[in-house]
Design a protein around this ligand. Structure first.
Ligand code: NAD
Length: 460
């Protein structure tokens, strides 16, 4: 196995060196190939996402196929502009000159991805890497086997197989791949494995982009209430349960509200959860399932602590056979419990009550920097304080998760939630080296450029 991988990777590097992947025609052909894959295999993609995660196809289109098509169309439209050299000014000492930033591909890229958006998280970085003119190996997550196998079996019919390969496998294959030299590693997954990736990459000084996780807080200010309470709660519920059943890196992990306000919030949440998922959510086709038994039991464990269990105010039922967990709300689980110290990554929503909503700033700042921070508020002072006094990959006011769909915003974390960014032009930049190229005329130089400077001796 190891020997075969080594041979494949060496052949890919040879292929990259021949220079094919640099041409705009090659890049366009691959991007168009991906568009054809999404169009022709749409039903198979929906089927795979349903098999792996019980994803409804509306959700699958909204979060994966639709976003990928949008990114591909943007890349195809803007590719020539992105690839063009950008003029730069040189200082006066470089008289009669001009300079450019010349975008060049990085070379051979390794993309290791996660299972919760198995199509999106494998193909979105691939779009950037192709647009940048690179050769790419994708290792999808073994935990979404139907999606991984579809990518491995179908993509070769649409892409240049000499320069783009899908290698399936779990952590062992990931480790084998890490033993080889790459020009960039793009990793989506846990902070724990992110540390392993970075330390392996350091051996070859390989640059990394790490798209990691963590606990994303949402603040619900009572001031938002008078304004449009149903809109706010709908968006909170949608962001918690409606995107892969909370198994999303930018899902709301916990909600901060003022104490006297919490029971009102819970009551409205209950009503709106029922509206979305019916009286028996287990029968609903609109909520994804937990990826596997291991993660089901991990989530179940979060609720086994009696002190945490006592905090459940809604839901809490689960079915191991169908990997179903009911949308669940808890109020004030102990802050030292695993529920409040580990990323939840599932349909359990703790509400933490505060004396004043402004206390949320200290609450957030005393924990690792999140990938996203959400605040539902009309309070402009609070908004400004959140932007300037907290640190996170992104901040969204009065909504959640929509930042993921924006090509114009960089997507990525800070601190323990990640390193680097992508989406839209940021993806191209992530897989591109901007080479500084300066060109001078040989005609003339300023007198002070070269010695002797004898007439300018400083008397000290
Ligand atoms: P994970 O870290 O367990 O696995 C991610 C990938 O790494 C998989 O392909 C896996 O096979 C591989 N892997 C695991 N161990 C490895 C090793 N030792 N060497 C090489 N490769 C190895 O994470 P996961 O369970 O797939 O995903 C859940 C985590 O990912 C959560 O923390 C979530 O927040 C985060 N996530 C982040 C984003 C983002 O865009 N920031 C998106 C999705 C998920």
């Amino acid at each position: 196995m190891e020997k075969d991988l080594g041979k494949e990777i060496m052949e890919m590097r040879e292929c990259y060196r021949k220079g094919n992947t640099r041409h705009v025609t090659w890049r366009r052909a691959q991007l168009k190939g991906l568009l054809s894959f999404l169009a022709e295999k749409e039903v198979e993609i929906f089927r795979a996402l349903n098999l792996d995660l019980g994803k409804n196809y509306v959700e699958a289109f909204r979060d994966e196929v639709g976003l990928l098509k949008k990114s591909l169309n943007l890349a195809l439209k803007d590719l020539k502009t992105w690839m063009a050299s950008k003029e730069a000014k040189l200082p006066a000492i470089a008289l009669l000159s001009y300079a450019e930033l010349v975008p060049e591909p990085l070379g051979l890229i390794l993309v290791i991805s996660s299972w919760n958006f198995p199509m999106g998280l494998s193909l979105e970085p691939l779009i950037g890497a192709i647009a940048g003119g690179n050769a790419v190996v994708i290792k999808p997550s073994e935990l979404a086997p139907a999606s991984s196998s579809l990518l491995a079996n179908a993509l070769p019919n649409y892409l240049d197989t000499q320069a783009i390969k899908v290698i399936e496998g779990g952590p062992a294959v990931g480790q084998q791949l890490l033993h080889h030299k790459w020009d960039k590693i793009f990793f989506t997954g846990s902070t724990k494995v992110g540390r392993i990736i970075m330390s392996e990459a350091a051996k070859n000084l390989t640059p990394v982009t790490l798209e990691l996780g963590g606990k994303c807080p949402a603040i619900l200010d009572s001031l938002a209430w008078s304004w449009d309470k149903e809109v706010a709660i709908n968006r909170i519920i949608g962001a918690k349960y409606g995107s892969c059943a909370g198994q999303a890196c930018i899902s709301i992990d916990y909600l901060l509200v003022e104490k006297p306000f919490s029971s009102t919030v819970v009551e409205l949440m209950k009503a709106l959860i029922k509206k979305m998922y019916g009286d028996n959510p287990r029968e609903s086709h609109s909520i994804s399932r937990i990826i596997n038994k291991h993660h089901f039991l991990r989530l179940k464990d979060l609720l086994t602590d009696q002190k945490v269990k006592d905090c459940i105010v809604y839901g809490g039922s689960m079915d191991e056979d169908s990997l179903f967990i009911e949308p669940t709300i808890l109020v004030d689980p102990p802050l030292e419990s695993a529920m409040m110290t580990e990323e939840i990554f599932g349909p359990l929503l703790p509400i933490i009550t505060l004396d004043k909503i402004e206390d949320s700033i200290d609450f957030i700042n005393s924990r690792p920097k999140p990938l996203a921070l959400y605040a539902f508020t009309k309070n402009e002072v609070l908004k400004e304080r959140l932007v300037s006094e907290t640190s996170s990959g992104s901040v969204v006011f009065n909504d959640a998760i929509i930042q993921f769909a924006a090509d114009t915003l960089p997507f990525g974390g800070i601190g323990e939630s990640g390193i680097g960014k992508y989406h839209g032009k940021f993806s191209f930049d992530t897989f591109t080296h901007y080479k500084a190229v300066a060109r001078r005329s040989l005609l003339t130089d300023f007198w002070y450029r070269f010695p002797p400077w004898n007439n300018y001796k400083l008397e000290l």
